[in-house]
Design a protein around this ligand. Structure first.
Ligand code: CTP
Ligand code: MG
Length: 281
């Protein structure tokens, strides 16, 4: 309401992320996508920040230069943390697909367990150089596709194509929304243990790319996503100041050029590695 009033109904406000997908923990934030029906005003992120300030919101931080510009704030009345992002259409589409995956109740619970673990161990903040909750969700779904019998289908085969253009590039955001009946009978505990076993001991991050649209890993060589630059340890110890690339390759299901580990910094990569080791020790 605040945004519509300020921008004279020239805006569309939609929610996405875990409040939409069903993979929410109670602690999750509220993700809002703002798009302008007509021309986007100049310095729009500043205008939004000022508006939120006037409305009494707390902790307002703007990240205008991110690939998707974001304003973060917290609402003092509800206590909710909110992210407003601008023109984040692909996120709306991928949230729709995640919601479709969440139809399977045990998959939903399993993803929530993985997200909960990552949040308790403080390795789920892209802004702090670890992986986003979204990336952890993709890791969990990939595991659920690969266990036998599968707990998750691949929703990007046998689907009706839905090409959309976004920032000058075409993306196919279609997916198969059919009900999926799993034959998997594993307990949640055993699912979680096998998740840790897969990613802590059996996954070769040098040669494998997490890809839920493929239903199984892709090869870093074929995708040209081989690890480049120093190792996290070399950066953390100051032995090398270079930049790492493709440190934990995870492909976005619609934007195939986007590696979700792009945000991971050396300290973050080491924390994630340590947390996996801590579990299996
Ligand atoms: N998203 C994305 N690309 C990213 C990060 C996020 O498209 N690199 C989109 C996804 O649609 C995701 C949504 O942003 O569902 C919210 O991301 P995030 O907050 O990381 O995931 P949630 O599941 O909402 O996690 P939480 O419950 O912790 O808020
Ligand atoms: Mg969220």
């Amino acid at each position: 309401k605040i945004l519509s009033r300020r921008f004279n109904n020239n805006v569309t406000v939609e929610t996405f992320g875990s409040s939409k997908t069903g993979f929410s923990l109670n602690s999750g934030d509220l993700d809002i996508c703002l798009s302008f029906n007509k021309k986007t005003p100049t310095r729009v992120m500043d205008k939004i920040s000022r508006l939120l300030f006037e409305e009494g919101m707390n902790d307002i931080r703007s990240i205008p230069k991110a690939s998707v510009p974001i304003v973060k704030f917290s609402d003092p009345r509800s206590g909710l943390d909110v992210d407003i992002s601008l023109d984040n259409q692909l996120a709306i589409y991928n949230s729709d697909m995640l919601k479709s995956y969440a139809q399977e109740h045990r998959l939903q619970q399993f993803v929530q367990m993985v997200k909960y673990w990552a949040s308790r161990r403080d390795i789920n903040e892209a802004f702090k150089g670890t992986l986003s909750s979204y990336a952890w969700t993709l890791l969990a779904i990939q595991h659920a596709q690969m266990i036998q019998p599968p707990l998750a289908p691949n929703r990007q085969i046998d689907f009706q194509s839905k090409p959309v253009s976004f920032q000058g590039t075409m993306y196919d955001v279609g997916f198969n929304n059919d009900e999926f009946m799993t034959k998997n009978k594993q307990s949640l505990a055993s699912l979680l243990l096998s998740f840790f076993d897969r990613y802590a001991t059996r996954w070769d991050w040098e040669s494998m790319v997490v890809s839920i649209r493929n239903g199984q890993p892709l090869s870093t060589r074929e995708k040209k996503w081989e690890h480049k630059g120093p190792l996290p340890l070399e950066i953390v110890t100051g032995a090398d100041e270079g930049r790492m690339e493709h440190i934990m390759p995870i492909e976005d299901p619609f934007n195939h050029e986007h590696d979700l580990s792009r945000v991971v910094r050396a300290e973050g990569a080491m924390s994630i590695q340590n947390e996996f080791l801590r579990v299996i020790e």
